[in-house]
Every structure is written in structure tokens, then in C-alpha cells.
Design a protein around this ligand. Sequence first.
Ligand code: ADP
Ligand code: MG
Length: 727
Amino acid sequence: MSIIRFNAIKETLKRGPLKVNQQEKRSTLFGKNVFNKYAMQQYLTRAAYESVMNAIDHGTKIDRKIADQVAVSMKDWAISKGATHYTHWFQPLTGATAEKHDAFFESINGSLAMEKFDGEQLVQQEPDASSFPNGGIRNTFEARGYTAWDPTSPAFVYETTLCIPTIFVAYTGEALDNKTPLLRALQAIDTHATAVCKYFDKNANKVSATLGWEQEFFLIDDALANSRPDLQLTGRTLLGHSPAKGQQLDDHYFGIIPARAMAFMQDLEEECMVLGIPVKTRHNEVAPNQFEIAPIFEEANLAVDHNSLLMDVMHKVSKRHQFKVLFHEKPFFGINGSGKHNNWSLSLDNKTNLLSPGKTPMKNLQFLTFFINTIKAVYEHEELLRSSVASAGNECRLGSNEAPLPILSVFIGSQLSAVLDELENVTKGKLSPQEKTDLKLNIIGKIPEILLDNTDRNRTSPFAFTGNKFEFRAVGAQENCASPMTVLNTIVAKQLKDFKVEVDTLIEIKRLKKDEAVFNVLREYIKASKNIRFEGDGYSKTWEKEAKKRGLSNNKTTPAALKIKIDKKVIALYKEMDVMSPVEVEARYEIKLQEYSKKLQIESRVLGDIARNHVVPTAIIYQNTLLENTKNLKEIFGADFKNIAKEQIELIMVISRHITEINALTIKMIEERKNADNFSGLKLAEHYCYKLKPFFEQIRFHCDQLETMVDDNLWPITKYRELLFTK
Ligand code: ADP
Ligand code: MG
């Protein structure tokens, strides 16, 4: 056994759960380090407090004097929590978070020192950020970008730093981050959803999107994980034979959380509580050493920030517990991958869930309006929604049996399907009083009862209605939720905008009553969007065929899925909804392609290295042992040796064949990597996807075969069994 593997296993065997301090009551910890409403009330003047609240609720500007006041109070509060530094905390297009710490410190005349932080530093900063991906937006000679305070996501103290959530934009005004387009999409959904709500409630004021994510991940002992170059450098295993026992017994799912993992979770949850991340649920997932953590849902911008923060905190806490957290969508071949379900809904004035039926027929009509418009939006933009979760990692997961296919479809359950079928037959134009009563009593009046005992669940659907929200399940575990949330909110906003125009036209021109007009438009939407609705097994081959007939997209690879991002219609959509300019759209497309190509390039290099420098030399050593053994047998048994050493001779030959294949395939793969120099952009991504990636599986096959033959004592790479079943 290689010294690295041996030491890693030895190290691991010594470990037990880390002792976690006596847990404090969660409710007393919650939001302790967040500059939330409660802290603001204590630290801000009334005028400053109201100004910040107005900025949060109505997007009004905070003037400089007030910003100064807020900054001073925020600093005092942060220092009381032990902070010495502050940072603008933002989410560049790497998908991760970024921060640059500055001390609350200024010297006076070079000798005296004082704690300083004013409005200028709170509101705007200019990080030297020329190395962040920008997709060509910034030329290096004008490489300046700046970060600007986002008051809708509260500042927080993490360790000894005050973190101020900000947007990140170029000096020329283009967004260089994930948050800015998300905030614009949330503005769009507010505008158009509120306008539609006014049909049902004149006092409707503000609609917010809500998001509750469910984060899946693997916890692997860090000594074991770090002993493998692939896990260390790519976050996933590029080879490894399946263990004798995998997940076939389903004995991990919802089982007792192992002690070491439990200690990690408790520690993590405490940190989350202090930071105001309302985590609530934790459980074992399907695969061995796979888990899930989920919070109570929140306003979407905050929920997105909290998910990014959670991932950072998980990395930090896991170090203390000597674990490595894997967020990769498919870290282990043949074993379930990790996703991040995005539960999404719309909330009116922080009171009414618009995707939950109400007590009156009018409220139910409101529910149906948002329900049907969402289905229609997904139908119209299924390919764009699919592209929002396209990445190198998710490509390994989507369509591999435990994850949804890369075909978007909507599941709503049999009862709601029946309601939509009935609504499809509503008379065109004006309705008789009898028809109206019928509709109200027999169709929409029954929805609440229907949903009460609606236990319909379809785990194979990528976009499922689950009683009072839609659950988008194709999102990858590493993904920043801002990307799918921007798309979903933009397409629904656009749909609602069109809906309002159509309803208003029927009211004004055809002189229909409001509810008649609403019914008429909804009926047409139900008919038009039928092809996106699917209630059957979303993993089946027959659905793939059926979806093709229905004209739904089925983009299996990332380069194919990304193309739609710069489609003329998509560029026009983002422009119309004020979410992104054409330059911003194109920049993101470029960055996604680059990211994909770079990841595959790294994987290809790592695989080549492991195959040739770790696997092949080990196989040769073992082969030599076999050769030595056969030679000795010949010496002793003479001519008889052929019978006696039959197995050994066979094995020597098989090993030779695998070694030859690995060498030949690796050389070809390197050749293709060199050829990649001739391409860029989409062509480069396609080259990596179609010319390089196929070698991964072939090389892996031969390596995994050798793993089953070579003496376990010699094998240099930590095995699946060790990675997945060490608790
Ligand atoms: P599962 O999908 O594991 O069965 P649930 O269906 O109970 O779990 O969904 C739980 C998730 O849905 C939680 O993260 C929760 O916060 C979220 N959720 C519940 N209601 C809403 C809502 N109105 N808007 C957004 N997310 C919601
Ligand atoms: Mg779920």
C-alpha cells in the first residue's frame, strides 16, 4: 500500500467525534451576529432606521448623512461583537463569495489611532478586482469595478469581520456578479405580480419571491479525501471501482446520523443560528456519507446569500471536524449525486402565499392565476431554465437515474390536473350566472379541500408542485442559487406582464367582467402549455421519446444547454424585463463556457496523472511479483509449471492489456488536449465535451479493472469502500 494511503487510513482509524460544547438554546442564538431589525432599532436613530427600512421595502435611496450615521452605528455594533475588520462581501461570477478585509482603523498624524468606518466606506468600495471573471466586460485598462451596499440583506459579523453584503459592478455600469441580476429579476417579479394581484386585492402592495433550498453534500474524512489527487483538485473521484456494498440496501437514507457527522452538524447549526441562517432540517441522504441540510424559507435574495454563506461556513466547520465537504454534483460513480432543490413561491405583502389556495373563490382564482402563469412561463422558457443549471458538475448528475433528466417538465398531481382539465372547457367569452356559480362552487371552490389531502408526490419530476410551492430539482449542489432564481423570476414576471395585457384587453375591448376575462386567458394558457405537464416517470426512456414528440428540449451536455443563453429572444427578454443588458448576458455566457472548458481541462490532466503515474506503475510492480512467482514455480516444477501457474500467467497477460490500453488512451487524450489550443469559446467547450471527455470513461474503465486485480496492499489510491464507509 502506498505510504499516503496507509497513513490516511491509520489517521482515520484514530478518530472519534469531536466534542461539541453544550448546545445553547437555538432561539437565544438566532441572529446574534446579524445587524437585523432588532439590532438596528437598538443602535440607529429613528430617522436612520426608517430610511433603511424604506430602502429595504421600497428600494429608496439612503442619503449620505444617514449613511454616515448607519455606518457609525454598524461599526459600534460590530465592535461589540468582537469585530476588528470589515469587508464588502460579494458574489463574483466564479459562483463563490469574495471578500477583502480592511481594519476599522485609521492613524491620526501617524501616531494616534482611532476606530473609523463612515458612510463612504459602507456604501461603496473599489476592490482591486481585475482578476475576477468578467467575460470581456472590462478591458484591463479600465479594470475598475466597485461594490455597493445591498441594504436588503443584513450585515453580519463572522469571526472577527463585519461582512456587508454588496453588489459588484463595473465602472461602466455592467453587473459583474450574480446578485445584481437577481435583484433586478426580483424587482421585475414584484412589479408585475403586484399589478396582477390588484385584480384580486386593491390594496396589494408588494410581492416577494421566496426560496427554501435543500443542500445536499458528502462528508468524507479529510485525510482520506486529501490522499486522492482527484478529490483534492477536482472535488470528485475520476476513478474507483464500486464497493461490494453501495446504496442498494437503502440503509443510510434517514438512518441514524453517525456520531462524527452529528457532531459536525451540531457545530455547524450553531454557527448558522448565530449568523441568522434559519437551518431547520438535517438528515442522512440516500448514498453512504451523504447528507442534507435545509432551512426555513426566506425572501429569495436573502436565501441566496444565506446559501452561499452556508457553503463557506461548512468548509470552515468541516476543517475543525477533520472532514472534507464535497458539494460536487457527482463525486462518486454509481452512487447518488448531490443536488440543491430550490423550493420557490411568491408572497404578497409578507402575508399571503400566492401559490396556496385561500378561503374565498376570489382567493382561489388568484391562486390559479399564479399557478397557471408559472406553468406557462416554464413551458415558454423550458430551455432557458434548463440552461440556468448547466455546468460541468451537473452534467455528470442530470439524467443519471437518481436525478431528473435534462428535460424540463412540470408535475402538478392528478387532482390539480383534473381541475385544469375542467377549466379548459369553460365557455369562451361571457359566462352565464349559472356557469359562474358552477365554476365557483364546483371547480375552484373545491381546490383547498383537494390540496389538503393532496399527497401526490413525484420524485422524478424536475419541477414539481408540492402543495404550496414549486420545487425546482435540477439545480446542482455547487450552484449559486442566484442563477436559477434569476431565470425563474424573470420568466414568471414576463408571463405575468403578458397576462395582464391580455386580461385588460378583454375587459376593455370585449367588455368582459374581470373574472370572466381572467378565466378566458387562463383557459387559453392551460391549452397552450399542456405539453410541459407530465405526471409519469421522469427517469424513463419512454418519457424521453414522448418529450421529443412534444418538442421539448433535451440538452444533455453543457455546451448544448448553454447556447440558448444568447438566443435573440432571450436577450430581448432580459432587456424587456430590465434584468440584464445584452453585454451582461453575453459576458455570462462566455464565463460559463470558459468555466466548463477549464474544469474539463483540469480533470483531464488529473486523470492522466493518476492513470500513468499512480495506476500503471503499481500494476507493473504487481505484475513483476507475478512474473517472479511464475519463474520460481518453473524452477521447482519444471515442465509442469504451466498447469500450476495458469492463473498467474493469465493475470500477467490481462494486466498487460490494461496497461497498454491506458497508455494508448492517455496519449490520445493528451493529443486532443493539445488540439484544444485551436479553439475558443463555444468551440473549445464542445471540443472538451465531445473529443476529450469520452476518454475519461474509457481510461477509468481500465484503471478500475486493475483495481480489482492488483494486490490491495500495493494499491495507491484510497478506495471507494474506505471513502464512503468510514464513519
Ligand atoms: P422535501 O422536498 O425534502 O420533501 P419539503 O417538501 O418539506 O421537503 O420542502 C421543504 C423545503 O421547502 C424547505 O426548505 C422549506 O423552507 C421550503 N418551503 C416551504 N414553503 C415554502 C414557500 N412558501 N416558499 C419557498 N420555499 C418553501
Ligand atoms: Mg425536496
